[in-house]
Ligand binder design. Structure first.
Ligand SMILES: [Zn+2]
Length: 464
């Protein structure tokens, strides 16, 4: 049980409590809070309550399980620093399913430490990373009797199923969640011994294109040479989207895409990235996607993509069938960066797909999605504060990285609450999140706790 130890510094405190922090993470991992499986709905709720209880034990002033249209949210706050900034810490307590179970070396919900790593579902994604904050908050509260700033903690229960109820929840609780900054700990660092802060996430939009020819499949002997083949037309349209170097030809597509700053260029050119090794690991002959004249990390983090995700039509059964198909379809999506406007990109690509249609077919295009890229300037005072905290916690200054993926709640904080955000996660790229043998390296866990202890001080000073 946590006790008051006012003579200590918060750092001495968390170092003395490491065994207890491990025991607490073990207890939280033991709750199978699989949000995707209705059979575990009770466990999901129990886990929300466990996080509220843990946060109250840490000394937060008020905590509560808050309802959403789906799984509940664990919420707690400490608002005893009037006039000081308020931060909102985000994480999630739900986890991915565990199958295939036979591939786990130890049972997924019985956290097991081997070789300096704790193995268990949710160890790093994201129960352990939420617990880093709770441990750090407790250390301040037990030693100083207060926090250097106001803190609200929101632990979500639907992150692994797409945060379905989250935007509605944020919109409904704008007042409760009012703050100056969101702090999100659900990401990984670039590599072991390379502390990093994520400052760019790509947005996402979608299309589905249908190319129609005759009302039914036609005999290719009777009608071949007469009727335009819709699969051929679709192939022509899709091939017309990019030039030979991989650059997208859609007019206006790159509006809002900035060239890299000198610092960012230095990062993507100097961070350790072995293209040949990555190609080998992925089983491809070379890394030839995207714009060939740009570096791989720039293509992954700071350039938009336009991908074909699926294509189908015509005869696909056994043997042969000599038809001119009636139709062909494809699904496409784009990852967006910078200030690209999702709606403008959708419209521009839709018009271009239609314009590329050859004679003899009809083309229908449907578009969807409105997730913008989220970019935090590395010069933002909160980012600079987080960088100092990470340097103090891990002994070297972090690098700034992007992530090619899209983190739903991050876009929601941006869109619904209009908040600046700091993404400060400490997972490792090989943590096997969502896979068998998920683990949390204990050096990352303990270093993360100390980083968060420093983070609150640094943010209080930087945002004052
Ligand atoms: Zn996660």
């Amino acid at each position: 049980m946590a006790t008051s130890r006012t003579a200590e510094s918060p750092i001495t405190y968390v170092r003395a409590e490491r065994e207890r922090h491990l025991a607490e993470l073990t207890q939280l991992v033991a709750i199978p809070s699989i949000s995707a499986d209705p059979a575990h709905a009770g466990d999901v709720r129990r886990c929300a309550q466990a996080f509220v209880d843990r946060m109250m034990t840490a000394g937060m002033q008020r905590g509560e399980v808050l309802e959403t249209a789906g799984h509940p949210i664990a919420y707690a706050e400490w608002l005893g620093a009037p006039g000081k900034p308020t931060i909102l810490i985000y994480g999630h307590y739900d986890v991915q399913p565990v199958d295939p179970l036979p591939l786990w070396t130890s049972p997924p919900f019985e956290a097991t430490v081997r070789d300096g790593k704790m193995y268990g579902r949710g160890a790093v994604d994201d129960k352990g990373q939420v617990l880093m904050h709770v441990a750090a908050l407790e250390a301040h509260l037990r030693t100083h009797g207060k926090l250097p700033l106001n803190v609200k903690v929101l632990v979500e229960g639907e992150e692994e199923i797409g945060s379905e109820s989250f935007e509605e929840f944020l919109a409904r609780h704008r007042e409760l969640l009012a703050c100056d900054l969101a702090v999100i700990s659900d990401t990984a660092v670039f590599a072991e011994d390379v502390p990093s802060l994520t400052i760019a996430l790509r947005g996402l939009v979608h299309w589905e294109i249908a190319v129609h020819a005759a009302t039914t499949d036609l005999h290719s002997g009777y009608f071949g040479g007469l009727v335009k083949n819709p699969i051929e037309a679709l192939a022509q349209i899709l091939a017309g989207l990019k030039d030979g170097s991989g650059r997208v030809l859609v007019p206006g597509f790159y509006d809002g895409v900035a060239e890299l700053s000198p610092q960012a260029r230095r990062d993507v050119e100097t961070l350790p990235f072995d293209g040949a090794e990555q190609a080998r690991a992925l089983g491809v002959p070379s890394l030839a996607g995207g714009e060939n004249d740009r570096k791989p990390l720039e293509r992954m983090w700071y350039r938009p993509t336009l991908e074909i995700n699926g294509i189908w039509g015509g005869y696909q059964g056994p043997g042969t069938k000599t038809v001119i198909p009636s139709w062909a379809r494809a699904k496409l999506s784009a990852r967006l960066v910078g200030t690209q406007d999702p709606v403008a990109v959708r419209r521009a690509v839709t018009e271009y797909l239609r314009a590329l249609a050859p004679a003899g077919v009809r083309v229908d295009v449907e578009d969807s999605g409105d997730s913008r890229a989220v970019v935090t300037s590395r010069d933002h005072p909160a980012v600079a504060a987080a960088a100092r905290a990470m340097e103090r916690g891990f002994g070297k200054p972090p690098v700034f990285i992007g992530t090619g993926g899209t983190i739903g709640p991050v876009s929601s904080f941006d869109r619904i609450l209009g908040l600046p955000q700091v993404l400060i996660g400490v997972g490792l790229p090989d943590d096997a999140i969502h896979a068998p043998n998920e683990k949390f390296d204990l050096r990352q866990f303990f270093g993360g706790i100390e980083t968060m202890v420093y983070l609150y001080d640094e943010l209080a000073a930087a945002l004052a």
